[in-house]
Design a protein around this ligand. Structure first.
Ligand code: DAH
Length: 333
């Protein structure tokens, strides 16, 4: 053991690095060389203990002195180079969070993918045919008006809804189709707490033989329960859209008050979340699909609206301001 002690003394003298931590690791840590000798010391014969013990302690003191010396040198260096505190944590930028609209879009896509829907996308700049005409909008419909739609040039506009992707899909794919189309839409609206000139929608489309309204209702009930919880109820109110017949709007029981009535649901207990209906035979014809053989349903919902309900937010502008105080609340969502 005496040889070992001498060997370590030599290694300490030859130790080339200036870094105190490296020195500590090699000689003074729990797995370091000196501790190894202390471990062996337990097995040393009693008559040798005294001398070896003293030598070991001296060795340890030597190592500690050398360590302190290295530390002092480092400190001097940091002071001289005006580095204040090398042990301070690095100033890491906090990690961002996923935008709530992305979270909700992903959740919607997940829910529908579990029942056989695949996801597709279409262009944000659309022609009149895909945006209006093929969807059975009459020529004088107000959506074709500059007041509601941002036109890029004559008959070309920023899409006002994702229903245009229905047409692109039906023109291109053979039926049956079962798809959802998430995307950004634009409307010429004054920005307020309830409306924005840009928002997001998810459109759904299923066309096959023998598709009926009850299939639509069942799928929408499934969606509502998955999105807002198993106790959620739905109700369908008759409505009108040019591209569906019959058409409906769907309400869900208010997830904020559980249907009892609050200011989010205007005390009715219900909130509207989407439009839907059976694809109008004219739309199928416009895409060269025979409506006497095929039928289908479609639905469209606003992602902001679903998110506002889900996260109880009352101002749509929050989704576009990118204020980190708002966004960081979705870190663990
Ligand atoms: N496109 C409609 C809108 O933007 C939403 C919609 C309603 C889509 C009914 C549909 C539907 O597919 O069947 O307000």
């Amino acid at each position: 053991m005496i040889n070992d002690i001498d060997q370590i003394i030599k290694e300490m003298q030859d130790f080339a690095s200036d870094r105190s931590e490296e020195f500590k690791l090699k000689f003074l840590s729990k797995k370091g060389k000196i501790q190894e000798l202390f471990d062996e010391f337990r097995n040393v014969r009693p008559e040798e203990k005294k001398e070896l013990g003293q030598r070991l302690n001296a060795l340890k003191n030597m190592a500690q002195a050398r360590f302190a010396e290295l530390q002092a040198k480092e400190q001097q260096f940091f002071t001289a180079s005006k580095i204040e505190d090398m042990t301070r944590d690095v100033a890491t930028d906090s990690i961002g969070s996923i935008h709530p609209l992305t979270l909700v879009r992903r959740e919607i896509c997940d829910i529908f993918s579990r029942i056989g829907f695949t996801v597709a996308e279409g262009p944000e700049i659309e022609d009149d045919w895909h945006l209006f005409s093929a969807l059975n909008f009459p020529p004088e419909h107000p959506a074709r008006d500059m007041q509601d739609t941002f036109f890029v040039e004559k008959d070309v506009a920023l899409r006002t809804h994702t229903s245009s992707v229905q047409i692109r899909c039906l023109e291109k794919e053979s039926v049956p189709v079962r798809k959802i189309f998430p995307g950004r839409v634009f409307r010429n609206e004054a920005i307020s707490a309830r409306a924005h000139c840009m928002f997001h929608q998810v459109e759904g489309l299923y066309v096959d033989k023998n598709v009926s309204f009850k299939d639509l209702k069942q799928v929408l009930l499934y969606f509502a329960e998955e999105m807002f919880g198993p106790d959620t109820k739905i109700r369908l109110r008759p409505s009108y859209f040019p591209f569906t017949e019959p058409s409906a709007e769907m309400d869900v029981t208010c997830s904020i008050c559980g249907g009892k009535g609050c200011n989010i649901c205007k005390n009715s207990g219900w909130v509207e979340i989407l439009g839907c209906g059976m694809v109008d035979p004219n739309v199928l014809k416009n895409c060269n699909i025979d409506p006497s053989i095929y039928s289908g349903y479609a639905f469209g919902m606003g992602i902001e609206r679903i998110s506002m309900l889900k996260y109880n937010t009352n101002d749509i502008r929050l989704y576009f301001d990118n204020d980190v105080r708002f966004l960081s609340q979705f870190k663990n969502a």
